[in-house]
Design a protein around this ligand. Structure first.
Ligand SMILES: [Zn+2]
Ligand SMILES: [Zn+2]
Length: 468
């Protein structure tokens, strides 16, 4: 009898899990290939196979765009060299001393006012134009990832570094070497145009984007990066491994998600595996929680409000005949907007509390609020996309779907209206994505990024002046 009950119980549990997994797979399918959110940084894999660079960009643009293009053409060999230098010498989050010094030195050589060590190794470069006017900003992030590079590039990283007592290979696998280079490129072009600029441009070189827990953007703001001079708009770009060089992508409104986490521990006294009636089985209770969270998404949330809960870690037990004293679950929770964020948290807390109550289990739940969702101001992103279209041709500027990855650029968005563009750098003839040890960004994206972001900043200064 006892045995039959156990078999029946196991059957019900497995059926529930398979059913929920199937349901979950269907839900994901409807959304298309959103791909893995690998860590707190931008980690997206948006497959849009129909996007092709057409080459129209070569002949487009205003006369100013063509002047910018000429300067970019001239400085491009230097930018490629500096990108390769940064790529060969990557630094982990919170350790970006060399990169920050390189950026600060270059800013100084361009005649910018420079502040360093803001919120860690953050650098602010201030370019004051020849005429008074509004203030706009551009942010580039500088840190690399704990990944051992396997690209075989001549300038591949061989760097190793220690973090929290553990040694890692270090690699620019998220394209932040490109971001830093574009930041330097735009500063170089605009410093050549300095006399003509009516306004001020802030260049924000940010550390620790990949760090998660109160990363570089929040720290720079906390340490007053905009205390003395605040931008009326701030821009950024991120490499996109699904679009070729020559393509820019953009997402109006929410572009990336709130990144929160939950650490759940189901607690028991533990007992013999042969006598499960004598203690709470935290593995079974933990399994119920995993399944219930997916069912909660499907049955308790409005389908139009995107939410992802992934229990990415589940640890319990030591032997087949011991019911362990605990099961430890770690989940990442992705949402858009403050309301949905609050709602999902309440439902997770309720689900965990009641499943544990029904089993008579004790538990702890540590819910951490992380990076807020990246929100692209619709007007700002629309204007930026229009500038990109002017330069690259309409066919090469694509509106994309939002992503459930995260980006701490969102902290800057709380200081000023903001917009982040995606820069095509899809590897030629390769498939490795960002955060892969094999990721090779197409350097042809660098010149495009500099041309577009330079023009976007100048366009915004014009628009802000016209508004006054
Ligand atoms: Zn990343
Ligand atoms: Zn990144």
């Amino acid at each position: 009898m006892n045995k039959r009950n156990r078999i029946l119980g196991a059957f019900i549990l497995i059926s529930l899990a398979v059913g929920a997994a199937g349901l979950y797979a269907q839900i994901r399918d409807i959304d298309g290939d959103r791909g893995p959110g690998l860590c707190p940084g931008v980690h997206f894999r948006r497959t849009r196979p129909w996007i092709q660079a057409t080459g129209e960009w070569r002949a487009e643009g205003s006369s100013l765009d063509r002047r910018i293009a000429a300067v970019v053409q001239e400085i491009l060999p230097d930018l490629i060299a500096v990108r390769r230098d940064i790529h060969a010498n990557p630094e982990l989050s919170l350790q970006e001393t060399r990169t920050a010094a390189l950026v600060a030195d270059r800013f100084k050589a361009l005649g910018l006012e420079v502040r360093t060590e803001i919120g860690g190794h953050g650098v602010l470069g201030i370019l004051r134009g020849g005429k008074p006017g509004p203030v706009v900003g551009l942010r580039g992030d500088m840190d690399a990832l704990p990944i051992t590079e396997e690209t075989g590039l001549p300038f591949a990283s061989k760097v190793r570094a220690v973090r929290e007592g553990k040694e890692y290979g270090v690699m620019h696998a998220c394209g932040h070497d490109i971001h830093t280079t574009v930041l330097l490129g735009v500063a170089t072009v605009l410093s050549r145009l300095q006399k003509e600029i009516a306004g001020t441009v802030l260049f924000v070189a940010q550390p620790a984007e990949e760090y998660g827990r109160g990363g570089g953007a929040a720290e720079m703001i906390k340490e007053g990066v905009f205390k003395d001079i605040k931008p009326a708009a701030i821009f950024a770009l991120h490499v996109d491994d699904t679009a070729p060089a020559g393509v820019i992508k953009y997402v109006p409104g929410f572009a990336m998600a709130n990144v929160d986490s939950a650490a759940i521990s189901v607690l028991s006294e533990g007992c013999h595996g042969a006598n499960p009636n004598l203690c709470v089985d935290p593995i079974v209770v933990g399994s119920q929680i995993v399944v219930a969270l997916q069912v909660m998404i499907a049955r308790q949330l409005n389908v139009h409000n995107d939410t992802v809960v992934t229990v990415g870690s589940f640890h319990a037990g030591s032997a087949n005949n011991i019911i362990p004293e605990r099961a430890d679950l770690r989940a990442t929770i992705r949402t858009y907007g403050d309301d949905q964020r609050r709602l999902v948290r309440e439902k997770i807390e309720r689900t965990v509390a009641n499943i544990c109550a029904s089993a008579g289990a004790r538990y702890t739940l540590d819910y951490q609020i992380g990076t807020p969702a990246t929100y692209n101001d619709p007007t700002l992103i629309g204007d930026a996309a229009a500038v990109a279209e002017r330069i690259l041709g309409q066919a090469n500027v694509k509106q994309d779907l939002p992503d459930m990855g995260g980006e701490d650029f969102s902290y800057f968005a709380r200081e000023a209206p903001s917009a982040m563009l995606f820069l095509g750098v899809e590897p030629k003839g390769a498939t490795a994505t960002v955060h892969s040890p094999y990721f090779v960004a197409d350097e042809d994206g660098i010149g495009i990024g500099v041309r577009v972001m330079t023009a976007v900043l100048l366009d915004k200064l014009d628009r802000l002046r016209a508004k006054k």
